[in-house]
Design a binder for this molecule. Structure first.
Ligand SMILES: Nc1nc2c(ncn2[C@@H]2O[C@H](COP(=O)(O)OP(=O)(O)OP(=O)(O)O)[C@@H](O)[C@H]2O)c(=O)[nH]1
Ligand SMILES: [Mg+2]
Length: 319
């Protein structure tokens, strides 16, 4: 199961308290203040990683806490600073602070984001001695670490998105173009969650089929449209034997329009699939019907390597 949506509590470490102590030893019965400072609490950072592809790791761990700074001790001993924590999330994760509403998009593997600041260690009484007060009795307490409630949402970042009605052959195409092994079946809604494969260095996403009303929650498609929001190219798959390709095309486009018009502005290749199952006449007629869209129209069969090579070429050119 693709976990693409999760809430998470994070709590940075509290600062350690400063100590209020006085030097006492065999030679000194009434020494001056010697309380050390407390250590700082651990920060919590988020950083992108390519070693994780979804948010599964947080499914059962709903709270992450960094450790507290250690309190100061007598003999001016400073408490240790706590270790910082870095939480690795997939690239394409959007992190929303549910209280402030501020949003961070994780788009690379090199930028750490400080999400919860650890508390500062309190100063020990040694730091408070002055000419007017040589024996301060007080020390600072450490401050509290920040606590935040976060919403983590994952948008897969793919360069190419395969779209179309259910059963159009999207997953089959992903399987022959890439190393991915999606489930393929001769029935609608075989794909229940997005699959990703690599075409050379370009990720391709295969999403569940879209049907009329998807943007209002029918079928499965709408929840996954967000995964193709950021693709550079769409490949619109239509069965070559479809008796009404115009309708097949329009249904998917209408759902796009409802969801986000920006999807309509992406470069799109119209791809008639499964040519081995259709007659030449049907293919020719269908191509003509959609020729007027001003998009590149291609045909392919997963059993026709030449057609797949032409498709790859067209994709490379567009990227
Ligand atoms: N003969 C032939 N069959 C194909 C071809 N491409 C796909 N199919 C078959 O068409 C059916 C549907 O293929 P899928 O790849 O699962 O279709 P999909 O678009 O991913 O479907 P959903 O996930 O339900 O949206 C399967 O039975 C495939 O074997 C092709 O080029 N030739
Ligand atoms: Mg599929």
């Amino acid at each position: 199961m693709l976990v693409d949506n999760i809430t998470l509590l994070i709590k940075a470490g509290n600062g350690g308290n400063g100590a209020a102590t006085f030097l006492r030893n065999g030679q000194t019965a009434k020494g001056g203040p010697d309380g050390g400072n407390g250590g700082n609490g651990g920060n919590i950072y988020f950083q992108g990683s390519t070693n994780t592809s979804d948010l599964k790791q947080f499914r059962f761990q709903k709270k992450i806490r960094a450790t507290d700074g250690v309190s100061g001790k007598r003999k001016k001993l400073f408490g240790k600073n706590a270790h910082h924590i870095t939480i690795y999330v997939p690239i394409g994760t959007r992190i929303t602070d549910m209280d402030s509403g501020s949003v961070i998009e994780v788009t690379d593997t090199t930028t750490p984001f400080l999400l919860a600041h650890g508390g500062s260690g309190g100063r020990g009484n040694d730091e408070f001695k002055s000419s007017t007060n040589q024996t301060p009795m007080y020390a600072e307490k450490g401050t509290l670490g920040e606590e935040k409630k976060l919403l983590l949402e994952l948008r897969l970042i793919a360069d190419i998105g395969l779209i179309g009605l259910p059963n159009a052959g999207k997953s089959s195409l992903l399987a022959v173009l890439t190393n991915a092994t999606p489930k393929i079946g001769n029935y609608p809604f075989t794909t229940l969650e997005p699959n990703i494969g690599m075409l050379g260095k370009h990720p391709i996403a295969d999403i569940p089929g879209l049907i009329e009303g998807a943007s209002r929650g029918r079928g499965l498609g709408i929840a996954f449209l967000k995964h193709i929001e950021k693709t550079k190219i769409l490949v619109h798959c239509i069965d070559s034997a479809d008796e009404n390709p115009q309708k097949a095309y329009d249904i998917v486009h209408q759902e796009f329009q409802q969801y986000s018009a920006s999807l309509l502005n992406k470069p799109e290749i119209i791809l008639f699939t499964k040519t081995d199952l259709a007659t030449q006449e049907a293919i020719k007629k269908n191509k003509e019907i959609l020729q007027n869209k001003g998009k590149k129209v291609l045909t392919c069969s997963i059993y026709d390597q030449e057609s797949l090579d032409l498709l790859k070429q067209a994709l490379e050119n567009l990227l």
